[in-house]
Design a protein around this ligand. Sequence first.
Ligand SMILES: [Zn+2]
Ligand SMILES: [Zn+2]
Length: 234
Amino acid sequence: MFFDKVNYRLLFKQTCSLCQLQTAQINGLCEDCHADLPWLLLGCPVCGLPRSFPDQTCSHCQQAIPRFDRCEAPLEYRFPINSLLPGIKYHGRIQALGWLAELLSHHLQDRCETWPDLLLPVPMHPIDEALRGFNQAELLANLLSQKLQIRCDSGQLRKAHRRVKQMTLSASARRNNLKGAFSIRGELPQSVALIDDIMTTGATADEIAGLLKNQGVSHVQVWVLARTPEPDLD
Ligand SMILES: [Zn+2]
Ligand SMILES: [Zn+2]
């Protein structure tokens, strides 16, 4: 009989989440799509900004050291990531977070030197979250929490004030716009990782890290999927 000869594993093999053609081999992608991702190979040791040489601190961090200690980002915010991440946020294509979280957790297992005691997703204002229906940073943080077995709390860090959208502002205006926008509830451990989908200028991470350090947190990492290349916002 025909069905006796069918290899059922072939029928149910997972296809690549990007090309939808080849079999998924690594992090939900085929080998070709995985290799073609815009990997961030050399980044500033503090903020992760893509650099040309290893361990080259960027000019932004030399001028004003950020209040967070380190940013980990496996990818640069270039194609196809610069169409995937807006697709998650603005078109609800949240299934892509599955393989992206897998990719980020593998990156962290290779690169992370100090494991945090708590994951805090960068919050949205409740009105913005209600309008979108979800906070992609919280979904990502929950997936990482399961994979890495680190506690995640999406209620401790809150966005108390709704501000002008950051994307329309210059870097210095972003920093001013964020002052006092976030608040913290409850006790925090010594070491925390902030989770977001993308880091652009780092103004949000810097503002929250300052708040966390004022509350006694000694080590703040930022874990994101993608880091934008040199900001042209100054
Ligand atoms: Zn593929
Ligand atoms: Zn830097």
